[in-house]
Design a protein around this ligand. Structure first.
Ligand SMILES: C[S@@+](CC[C@H](N)C(=O)[O-])C[C@H]1O[C@@H](n2cnc3c(N)ncnc32)[C@H](O)[C@@H]1O
Length: 250
């Protein structure tokens, strides 16, 4: 047992620069992704109107950048009926003030979760965070996350496939670089497709997959999203290179 704060190192090793620009980048990414999911924040068939659910967003960034918890709260008819926990390796973007039903803590997904969190969550969400656990085997990370669910609970994992067969040459080059970086760090780039098998190995039943195209840049028919997504993709590159350097020895 032990609190998350007790167990985690103070210095995060996460790759992307933590500042306003990063918060803006994450928000743009969130908007493009949610748009591609037709506005759906939660995909499993869970009755979110029943009060008292405990909900985790792992790799949350924060309510203004990562945004998932605050979006979910806003969508529910009455806020404050559930308990929300956001965790991230990097606390720099955690908001200073929080609603009483929400708490944020530091946790590195490469590590075991505190035992007092095991089997306590009705819904666990993790988005675009899994490769940050490398070189820890990603199957182990999924299994550790799965252990947080109550019997009958749901887990929603959202990751990018790092492929864009119909994209232009610049985006292809970006994806080549991302695949190369993630291969070098040990995450590889097939993890989005492997998650189903890892979940089943961990004991998940009733597993479903939803694959959508994220429309970046000129491919996005919404002018504002087209501009935002092009800008946020370009901004990601600096952080990805720093990430690779932090994980690799030259
Ligand atoms: C691309 S951002 C995604 C943020 C948010 N989930 C979203 O979808 O908007 C990746 C997040 O994962 C966190 N992260 C990276 N590696 C991590 C690790 N090993 N443990 C926990 N969080 C990690 C980062 O600090 C960052 O907030």
């Amino acid at each position: 047992m032990g609190s998350l704060q007790d167990q985690e190192p103070a210095t995060p090793s996460y790759f992307l620069p933590v500042n306003e620009a990063e918060a803006e980048r994450l928000m743009a990414q969130h908007l493009v992704l949610i748009d591609s999911l037709d506005g759906r924040i939660v995909l499993p068939d869970i009755d979110l109107t029943q009060p008292g659910l405990k909900i985790l967003d792992s790799g949350t960034a924060d309510v203004f950048a990562g945004h998932w918890i605050s979006e979910l709260r806003k969508k529910l008819p009455s806020p404050g009926i559930h308990t929300y926990v956001g965790t991230d390796i990097n606390p720099s973007l955690f908001p200073k003030t929080l609603p009483p039903d929400t708490s944020f803590s530091v946790h590195n997904i490469s590590h075991e979760w505190p035992s007092d969190m095991h089997s306590t969550f009705d819904l666990v969400h993790q988005r675009l965070t899994l490769p940050g656990a490398a070189p820890t085997p990603l199957s182990q990370v999924i299994s550790q996350l799965f252990a947080l669910l109550k019997p009958g609970g749901w887990i929603q994992l959202v990751e990018a496939e790092q492929e864009g067969p119909d994209s232009g040459p610049v985006f292809q080059e970006f994806l080549d670089l991302v695949r190369g970086l993630f291969t070098a760090t040990g995450a590889g780039w097939h993890y989005a497709r492997d998650m189903r098998g890892w979940l089943e190995e961990a004991g998940a039943v009733d597993v479903d997959e939803c694959v959508v195209d994220m429309a970046f840049g000129a491919k996005n028919p919404n002018e504002k999203l087209a501009e935002m997504s092009a800008r946020c993709t370009a901004k990601a590159m600096d952080g990805l290179v720093k990430h690779a350097k932090s994980k690799l020895r030259f």
